[in-house]
Write a new protein. Structure first.
Length: 479
């Protein structure tokens, strides 16, 4: 038994959770508990390996965050003091730079009660440390990654109607965390509209990630009628534009005088971009895909650049960093910044390319074998990508509460919701070769959007895909 508090806490945990020495009984109980959780989703299809991969992915998605408080509600906070919960469970192991993208959106459907406790854990951390966590492990801040990605997790929970936490206090925590000027050049970001590379490492990525988190704050403020906060943070969400060099067509480092770094190579991995290169981060504007397309010169140039992303293969003698795995051209599925890029083809009216690459990744980069995942699992993010994509939908912008349509991996997938409803996806004319969507219906009616909404999911909608082995028409009117 273990405890983050003291030996007495470990003894209490042991007494509460291991009352006998019946190993077989615990094994049976664990199997029953896992079956209960995994049965919240039902996938139907002829391919055994796909089913194993799907339920393995669902299992992986639930391995973190982890319960940190003892059975009596005590836990050790980042201030090293002992704190007491009031009827909620304190969680830790938040790999937020990874998991806010897809894992936390999945938790809102699979584990809404736990999401409430996760938000309460964030707010407790805020009270004890003066800011929201970045990468919380065993109750402490590691500051391993960048951004302030507790924010989109809180905002998504609020916008999806998850109750049990104080929204005013949550917004206060988000705003204060985003305004700690001395933390990782947030002050310079606010002053200049970008993070300068001569003052801060990983500057390009920090500008872009801060801008997305600021957009999330703006959405929450708008929903709460806080116009001043909304206006300020929406303005900040547009700072991504200041990092884009129209001459090179990439998000490029610049110094505090506004000068672009010389000899910029978008294929190069440098200290200016987090675990990625210029090709992989140029697409990171999930809050304003239309704005990014406009900066790139319109849909045709944007689509052509996307094509290059997937076809510009690294040189044979090119030494890639350890996180650049699962490569398709410059696309690196083994690391999170690339995860949404496949779904951007929907925005330029070429959804068949989204379908093609999503199917390729699911079929080639997730295998029922040892080392079957192409990169670090990252506390459930890698597998959550697979779970959503296998349903044929993906949250490009998690706080927008919409899911871009891709290609389903199964004949059907159903998801039981906490409100008693069941969301269902059905693929007609399904086969491994028929990866292209020919048409979409929602609740029996012909559908004309590129995405499914959270409201449709929570209402228990049935989404039907007509599949074929050749690219189908663009079934939607607007992105």
């Amino acid at each position: 038994a273990i405890s983050g508090v003291d030996i007495d806490g470990a003894k209490k945990n042991l007494a509460a959770e291991a009352t006998t020495n019946d190993f077989d009984g615990y094994r049976a109980a664990a199997k029953s508990m896992w079956n209960k959780e995994l049965s919240k989703m039902t996938a139907v299809g002829p391919n055994h390996d796909d089913l194993v991969n799907f339920y393995t992915g669902l299992y992986h998605s639930m391995l973190a965050p982890t319960i940190y408080s003892d059975v009596d509600g005590r836990y050790r906070g980042p201030d090293m003091k002992i704190h007491q919960t009031d009827g909620w469970i304190n969680y830790s192991t938040f790999s937020l730079w990874d998991t806010y993208r897809t894992a936390h959106p999945l938790y809102t459907y699979m584990h809404p009660e736990r999401v409430k406790d996760m938000v309460l854990s964030f707010l407790a951390f805020y009270d004890e440390a003066g800011r929201l966590p970045v990468w919380n492990f065993q109750g402490n801040e590691t500051d391993m990654m960048i951004g302030y990605h507790s924010v989109p997790v809180i905002v998504e929970a609020y916008l999806k109607g998850i109750k049990g936490f104080d929204a005013e206090r949550a917004l206060e925590a988000c705003v204060k965390t985003a305004n700690i000027d001395e933390y990782r050049s947030i002050g310079l970001y606010k002053q200049l509209g970008y993070v300068p590379y001569n003052k801060e490492g990983e500057s390009v990525s920090k500008t872009l990630e801060y801008a997305f988190d600021d957009y999330a704050i703006a959405l929450m403020a708008k929903a709460m009628g806080k116009d001043s906060i909304y206006n300020d943070f929406y303005r900040r969400s547009q700072f991504y534009r200041n990092q884009y060099n129209k001459e090179t067509g990439f998000m490029q480092p610049r110094d505090d005088k506004g000068n672009w770094i010389a000899n910029f190579d978008p294929k190069e991995y440098t200290e200016h971009i987090t675990e990625s290169n210029g090709w992989q981060y140029v697409w990171y504007v999930p809050q304003d895909v239309e704005g990014l397309i406009e900066m790139a010169g319109g849909k045709e140039p944007f689509a052509a650049k996307l094509d290059s992303m997937f076809t510009l293969v690294p040189e044979e003698n090119e030494e890639l960093p350890i996180f650049s795995t699962g490569m398709i051209g410059q696309y690196a599925h083994g690391n999170e910044p690339s995860h949404h890029v496949i779904y951007l083809y929907n925005a330029v009216n070429q959804p068949w390319k989204t379908q093609q690459y999503a199917a390729q990744v699911m079929n080639d980069l997730y295998r029922n074998a040892p080392h079957g995942i192409c990169g670090n699992e990252d506390c459930g993010q890698m597998s959550s990508w697979y779970v959503f994509s296998a349903m044929g939908i993906y949250p490009v912008n998690p706080v927008a509460l919409r899911y871009e349509i891709g290609t389903p991996l199964f004949e059907s997938v159903s998801m039981k919701l906490d409100n008693g409803k069941e969301f269902k996806v059905i693929a007609h004319n399904f086969s491994k070769e028929n990866i292209y969507v020919q048409g979409v219906k929602v609740n029996g009616q012909v559908y004309d959007k590129s995405y499914i909404t959270n409201d449709q999911i929570m209402s228990g909608a049935t989404v039907e895909f007509e599949m074929g082995n050749k690219p189908g028409p663009v079934w939607y009117n607007n992105y």
